[in-house]
Design a binder for this molecule. Structure first.
Ligand code: ZN
Length: 146
């Protein structure tokens, strides 16, 4: 699974970092996950727990922070958040589907994978959008003992 291979890379980088900096024990790790990365938090946690077994990070706390996605319009260069894109689409009434409470929601709320097919630039309306996924999963902070 995607989560496992990404977490494998994170744990490897983590242990390499800890070794280089003389850590004898890792107690807490903060990772950032992009809000549209589709990574399942439960699976990330399970992978982390298994992959750190018998390492100096065994039993450490994994903190997962969601990072807002950033999108850039390739036509006009405008940079915007998922929230702004959502609001713009709601204004247009495009692809919005009513949920049980009658409020309009976008299918992307349920299927982040199709987000590219729905997004439009809030400024010029272009569908040529680039998503910054550089921080789909990355280590932000490491705590431990040296
Ligand atoms: Zn634009």
């Amino acid at each position: 699974m995607h989560e496992w291979s990404l977490m494998q890379a994170v744990v490897e980088a983590l242990l390499e970092f800890a070794g280089r900096n003389g850590f004898s024990r890792i107690s807490r790790v903060v990772v950032e996950v992009n809000e549209v990365s589709q990574l399942e938090e439960d699976i990330l946690r399970e992978a982390y727990s298994v992959l750190t077994e018998n390492t100096i990070a065994e039993g450490s706390t994994l903190v997962i922070e969601k990072v807002p996605a950033r999108f850039t319009c390739n036509s006009c260069g405008y940079t915007f958040s998922l929230e702004e894109a959502r609001r713009a689409l709601e204004r247009l009434g495009e692809y919005a589907i009513p949920d049980e409470e009658g409020t309009l929601d976008m299918p992307t709320h349920y299927i982040p994978a199709v987000i590219h097919g729905f997004l439009r630039c809030p400024r010029c309306g272009s569908r040529d959008i680039w998503a910054d996924m550089t921080s789909s999963l990355r280590v932000k902070a490491v705590e431990g003992e040296r």
